[in-house]
Design a protein around this ligand. Structure first.
Ligand SMILES: [Zn+2]
Length: 358
């Protein structure tokens, strides 16, 4: 319905500028927005864009960029992948605003890790929206936007690690060998998971071999295990009634584990090929659980921050907080450079594939 209206609107000339004189035909042509083409079946798009068990609802490749932007309001097989993360970003901002007003939050050194967490969450959500909205343009766009998506995931992992370390971890845990190596380890594993995902995307195509799983799963799992370790320590050693944030931390872990299941298995579409082309795909359920995980993290971190904000500078010292937060943009930059580097190799690979075809 909304798609139809927009499609019609997009073909109307925007003639506001032409009041007072009759618009020429060429004016009408230059002011009309392109309408997104109707969706097509899997066999009508190149193999790179096909998803297992999704048989229709694909946007044709090589339309104008504006068509993909307008496809936000079109019904296609990625619509819900885009909208789930777009709405999650909106809800996250609203919850941030509500929590911050309730606490009388001000931007100061003690609240910097919380800020990094918000920035990292919005980064992964918007990079994912961009990837799902724009990747259908061409093979180059597909690779470029999914490399950016991996940058978002790595940055998000590090943002969570900063929040968990400064607001959630216990003194005894920070003195342990994991605690001492936690922040540099989280940065290294964050970067490795970005590099592993970019390399696997560049190197392997469907049907995926076992090596792809190794490149993707090992660094991302290690990064998650390290990042969640201060939370698990707290959940196992402190009474749940003593810490109001613990139920939210429990929920963030459950949501994350459920999201990981739907990320790695194409269910339920595997059992109903062609029936989940618009709604019900495993990837959409993965987006929902990951968004929920982020919401629970936000609530938990605000509670932890409220409890610790007055003593945070005494516990960690101002310089450690600044150094940890300065490492956030450094990791962001390293991941962007890794994505750009892999993209250059991908362009060469695509060019030589094209030359072999000639
Ligand atoms: Zn996605």
């Amino acid at each position: 319905m909304l798609g139809d209206i927009l499609q019609r609107l997009s073909t109307l000339p925007l003639s506001i500028k032409h009041f007072g004189r009759l618009p020429k035909y060429s004016d009408l042509m230059s002011f009309s927005l392109p309408a997104p083409s109707p969706t097509v079946t899997a066999s009508q798009v190149p193999g790179l864009f096909r998803e297992p068990y999704i048989l229709s609802g694909y946007r044709p490749v090589q339309q104008e960029w504006r068509c993909y932007l307008l496809s936000l309001f079109q019904k296609h097989n990625e619509s819900l992948n885009v909208w789930t993360h777009l709405l999650a970003a909106l809800v996250l901002l609203l919850r941030w605003w509500a929590n911050a007003s309730a606490l009388g939050y001000t931007l100061e050194t003690a609240s910097l890790p919380l800020c990094m967490f918000l920035v990292s969450s919005l980064t992964y959500l918007f990079f994912s929206v961009a990837a799902h909205l724009l990747q259908s343009h061409s093979e180059h766009a597909h690779y470029f936007f999914f490399f950016l998506d991996y940058v978002g995931v790595a940055v998000y992992q590090y943002g969570c690690s900063l929040g968990h370390y400064f607001y959630t971890s216990k003194l005894a845990w920070r003195g342990s060998s994991i605690g001492l190596l936690f922040l540099p380890g989280a940065a290294v594993f964050g970067w490795l998971s970005c590099a592993g995902c970019c390399f696997a995307k560049y190197r392997y195509q469907r049907p995926y071999p076992m090596q792809r799983k190794i490149c993707v799963l090992i660094p991302t799992t290690l990064a998650y295990m390290l990042n969640i370790s201060p939370v698990v320590d707290l959940l196992l050693t402190v009474s749940w009634t003593q810490e109001p944030s613990l139920p939210f931390h429990g929920l963030q872990i459950v949501s994350f584990l459920l999201s990981a299941i739907f990320f790695s298995c194409p269910i339920p579409e595997r059992f109903y090929p062609g029936r989940c082309d618009f709604a019900g795909q495993g990837h959409q359920i993965f987006h929902l659980f990951l968004s929920l995980c982020t919401m629970f993290q936000l609530e938990a971190l605000f509670l932890d921050y409220a409890r610790r904000k007055d003593t945070l500078l005494d516990l960690f010292g101002e310089s450690q907080l600044w150094w940890a937060c300065a490492s956030f943009p450094v990791l962001f930059l390293c991941c962007i450079l890794t994505a750009v580097f892999t993209m250059r190799h991908t362009i060469n690979k695509l060019q030589s594939k094209q030359e072999r075809k000639k």
